[in-house]
Design a protein around this ligand. Structure first.
Ligand code: GLY
Length: 563
């Protein structure tokens, strides 16, 4: 019966919509022997050089991760964590979880006062907000399993750039300037990033402490970070600011290989990140639910498309809040959530005439504060090995604490836990028992590094920063290619929309929707607000002739380099 209702609903929509004009076609960087797309031109050059030296996609990815920690410290990092999804040229795929963990000393109520109220900003700023970093262990493991060039060669560019300095872009200067007050609050006055007169485009930043840390990692691998001098700097920093990370935490940290989440969308294979990311499950839920509707026929950002995507997104984000957490600590019902029967039932009450108020889908009332300070990069090598990595400090510059003497920022990933059930985090996302704090647990993420296949071959490598908007940015980029026949750059450029169940508000990029579409949606009961940018997608598409098109997001300094 529910399936029948669902089909009727789709029929109704098919008869009431018309195709919308697509944005101008633009073609991104094209290459046949490799493609790399990152948030920073210098990091892209580092990755391209590794590929040109004969390194494979994993070598380039490791070098880029370290380079981003030097030239894009707002989100690139060694003091945070991330996820890698890969697909080898032979078609095998997998994922590596190097997400941060809670300290062994962490506890459910660590951010609450005696009355059970949240202590303002304690999970967001300062030393106690930091989870145990996972990046260095993750990169060591990726390289051990897949690397072809010596480890030292992958670290060499980062050591060199940290020592010799790099020139700030306008966005870099803006990022450094907006964090000045918080840098001063949590660091000593001689902290490298503090500059009374303000940073400007064209300034050069030299990072000798970070260069020394990178050299220790280059020479000692994992031990160069989790042990010895770097570990001592971290512990000293924790003691200075009442943080929690101990030598025991560093010793116990291990990245985890995990089976990726797999799904299908209109004949395309989807390979994405499993829990502790919510991204893969939510993406597959979104795509499978959208598959029932003629999105391509309706067109980009038409009333019907926006309405159905929004209604699906509300239900998927409500599931996210209830069912998703670290699978090592909580039994995530993954199979059920992405099953056809469940999704047909879950979407059956979508009303084509009006938007369902989120309160009717599930209880809750929250507010949203946006941040996009995660970063994603995509790599494909000459053999079409593909690596998709999203990595984060959480907020911009993480908890704003630089490890004194070691020169890198620590994350504030603890805020991605549900600090108190029913109270939203900085992205306005709610959580429940599934994502409550426990010792050594990983906090739930939205990061969605993804790979798409067509006819058993590599088609696309895609991902985005953007907190809660990551999942919907990846979702729309895939649909832009599959449903709207766009190339990679065009798909990345296209305007985006986002709904996350709560708050009950459709967010759109400026000019994403025409006045007529806006009017019709408001008539259906939508509350809509617009903003400058949603997500920053960096992606690669395999073109029909086998060459690679990079899509670097024009919303940032992002750069694709192919050859
Ligand atoms: N810190 C953002 C995320 O992991 O989703």
């Amino acid at each position: 019966m529910l399936r029948y209702l669902f089909l009727l609903l789709i029929l109704y929509w098919s008869c009431t919509s018309s195709r919308h004009n697509l944005p101008d076609a633009v073609v991104g960087e094209v290459g046949s022997n490799g493609m790399i797309v990152t948030a920073n031109p210098v990091a892209s050059e580092v990755g391209a050089r590794i590929l040109q030296q004969g390194g494979n996609a994993w070598d380039a990815a490791v070098a880029v991760q370290f380079a981003l920690a030097v030239v894009y410290p707002v989100a690139g990092n060694i003091g945070g964590g991330g996820f890698a999804v890969y697909r080898s040229a032979d078609g095998t795929s997998g994922s590596l979880d190097f997400r941060e963990k809670a300290s062994v000393h962490a506890g459910r109520d660590m951010y609450l006062d005696q009355d059970g109220n949240i202590i303002d900003r304690l999970s967001l700023e300062g030393h106690l907000a930091a989870g145990v970093p996972g990046v260095v262990d993750g990169m060591v493991r990726l390289h051990e399993r897949f690397g072809s060039l010596p480890w030292e060669e992958l670290l060499a560019p980062s050591v060199e750039i940290a020592n010799s300095g790099y020139v700030l872009t306008e966005q870099d200067a803006h990022n450094y300037n907006r964090a000045q007050q918080l840098f001063k609050k949590f660091n000593s006055p001689d902290m490298l990033f503090i500059k009374e007169e303000g940073w400007e485009k064209g300034d050069t930043l030299f990072q000798p402490d970070l260069a020394a840390t990178m050299s220790r990692i280059r020479d000692r691998g994992r031990a160069g970070f989790y042990d010895g001098e770097t570990a001592e700097f971290i512990i000293d920093e924790m003691q200075r600011g009442n943080g929690m990370i101990s030598q025991e935490d560093l010793d116990r940290y291990e990245a985890q290989w995990r089976d990726p989440v797999k799904g299908n969308y209109r004949g395309h294979g989807i390979i994405s990140m499993p829990p502790p990311s919510s991204g893969g499950i939510a993406l597959v839920q979104l795509l499978k639910s959208a598959e029932a509707f003629p999105i391509g026929k309706w067109g980009l950002n038409t009333v019907s498309t926006v309405h159905v995507l929004t209604e699906i997104e509300k239900r998927v984000y409500a599931d996210r809040a209830t069912f998703l957490g670290d699978p090592d600590h909580y039994d995530v019902p993954q199979e059920m959530l992405i099953s056809d029967d469940y999704l047909a039932q879950r979407m059956a009450d979508i009303d084509p005439k009006r938007t369902t108020p989120s309160q009717e889908i599930k209880e809750g009332k929250v507010d949203i504060i946006e941040s996009v300070e995660t970063t994603h990069f995509s790599v494909v090598d000459k053999d079409q090995n593909a690596v998709s990595i999203t990595t984060t400090l959480n907020s911009y510059f993480g908890c704003k604490v630089i490890v004194s003497g070691a020169g890198f920022f620590l994350n504030n990933e603890m805020d991605d836990f549900s600090v108190k059930a029913g109270v939203p985090n900085q992205f306005g996302l709610l959580g429940s028992e599934a994502n409550e704090i426990q010792p050594e647990k990983r906090m739930l993420s939205s990061m969605t590094p993804t790979i798409v296949e067509k006819d058993g071959e590599l088609l696309m490598v895609v991902g985005s920063p953007g907190g809660s908007t990551i999942i919907t940015s990846v979702f729309q980029t895939i649909m832009n290619v599959v449903d709207h026949d766009m190339g990679m750059q065009q798909a990345v450029n296209a305007k985006r929309i986002h709904h996350q169940w709560l708050p009950d508000r459709l967010i759109i990029e400026d000019q994403a929707l025409s006045a007529k579409v806006l009017e019709e949606l408001e008539h259906k009961g939508y509350e809509i607000s617009s903003r400058g940018a949603i997500g920053r997608v960096d992606a690669v598409l395999v073109l029909p002739d086998g060459s690679l098109e990079g899509g670097a997001d024009p919303r940032g300094d992002d750069r694709a380099i192919g050859f």
